[in-house]
Design a protein around this ligand. Structure first.
Ligand SMILES: NC(=O)c1ccc[n+]([C@@H]2O[C@H](COP(=O)([O-])OP(=O)(O)OC[C@H]3O[C@@H](n4cnc5c(N)ncnc54)[C@H](OP(=O)(O)O)[C@@H]3O)[C@@H](O)[C@H]2O)c1
Length: 331
């Protein structure tokens, strides 16, 4: 194994702003605290949450802030207190706190890391990890989706959306997909969506027509502000409305009395809360990896950018130009 250098390439922000505040820099390789391992990253995932920390929608804990919340790579060092992993193991993980992944090396708590099984490449693992755990835990725990139920996925050709559609298909749900272009809708159809609605159309009346007035039993909405009011109109009696993102802006405060008309179960979940316990992380990750290895879910990668082009990846993602997953690759 190559020696660990003193410095590495990373992408940081020193202040909030547009993609231009992302700086490609040399920074020290992180040192290990108790319970941590050092991963030499191969691929890092780009996620919409990265743009929230960059813009300031979510406050940075401090500056400079290294960006990035997920990666796959190889364990290159292990703190004396860790028994779970040995150097050389291929791993995937979600980062947070002081750990970040737009960087060649990440020091991360071993408890947050999983080994990548045979049959899954490091590229595939990074491409499905955070978004796949999000989609799968939200279907299982937030939506409690059952076969035959009506479901709706907004931004169905995006990173999370692409996975939600394929996973909902695997559990036998009826899927209505929304997206902003015909090309994106065609992709959603290919991934298993049963009905397609262009988000520029009158979604509420189309959904009423498609479901024969029943409405949607589980709505998965990562678009946020632009679609929340329509969601309240489309939700079925006792439906699960899972609002989980802010791609169009944060949903403004909600009058709780609005939920009474249809006994709506409104949720605003965050993936980390479903995998905080080690047993949950292992179970959901193993189910996620199995879905890919058994080909029930196909990994769809839009583009792989070199680390220095992270700003371009943000421009493309926020510009609604992408479908599926965006990755950063390390040399
Ligand atoms: N709560 C959690 O734990 C969790 C975890 C992962 C992701 N998320 C959320 O899930 C959502 C999707 O994340 P992702 O990384 O997979 O991104 P993505 O879906 O690949 O990209 C966002 C998509 O949102 C749609 N969109 C609608 N209005 C938009 C606007 N004004 N600006 C930009 N995009 C807009 C676009 O699709 P159309 O052009 O088809 O409208 C765009 O492609 C995000 O809101 C993210 O924060 C939440």
């Amino acid at each position: 194994m190559a020696p660990i250098p003193a410095t590495m390439k990373a992408v940081q922000i020193a202040k909030n702003g547009g993609p231009e505040v992302l700086e490609y820099k040399d920074v020290p390789v992180p040192t290990l605290s108790a319970g941590q391992i050092l991963v030499k990253n191969k691929f890092a995932g780009i996620n919409f949450i990265d743009t929230y920390f960059r813009s300031g929608l979510y406050p940075a804990p401090s500056f400079p802030l290294t960006m990035g919340r997920e990666a796959s790579g190889e364990v290159v060092a292990v703190h004396d207190s860790v028994t779970r992993f040995a150097p050389g193991t291929r791993v995937a993980f979600m980062a947070g706190g002081d750990s970040a992944t737009y960087a060649e090396y990440t020091a991360v708590d071993a408890e947050k890391v999983v080994a990548i099984p045979e049959g899954l490449s490091s590229e595939e693992a990074a491409a499905i990890y955070l978004q796949g755990l999000t989609a799968w835990t939200f279907i299982r725990e937030a939506g409690e989706v059952k076969a035959g139920q009506w479901t709706l996925v907004h931004a169905a050709a995006g990173g999370v959306g692409t996975l939600l559609v394929q996973m909902l298909k695997s559990v036998g749900a009826k899927i209505i997909a929304t997206a902003s272009t015909e090309e994106k809708l065609a992709l959603a159809k290919k991934n298993g969506a049963d009905y397609l609605v262009n988000s520029h159309d009158d979604i509420v009346s189309k959904v009423k027509e498609i479901t024969g007035g029943h409405g949607i039993d589980a709505i998965f909405d990562g678009v946020g502000k632009a679609t929340f009011d329509a969601d309240l109109q489309m939700i079925a009696l006792k439906g699960h409305l899972i609002s989980f993102g802010n791609a169009s802006g944060a949903v403004p405060p909600v009058n709780i009395l609005q939920l009474g008309a249809k006994n709506v179960k409104l949720m605003r979940p965050v993936v980390n809360g479903y995998v905080t316990e080690r047993a949950d992380l292992e179970r959901y990750t193993s189910e996620l990896f199995d879905l890919v290895i058994s080909k029930k879910v196909e990994v769809k990668i839009h583009h792989i950018y070199p680390l220095k082009d992270a700003a371009q990846a943000h421009i493309d993602l926020e510009g609604r130009k992408t479908t599926g997953k965006l990755l950063l690759k390390f040399d």
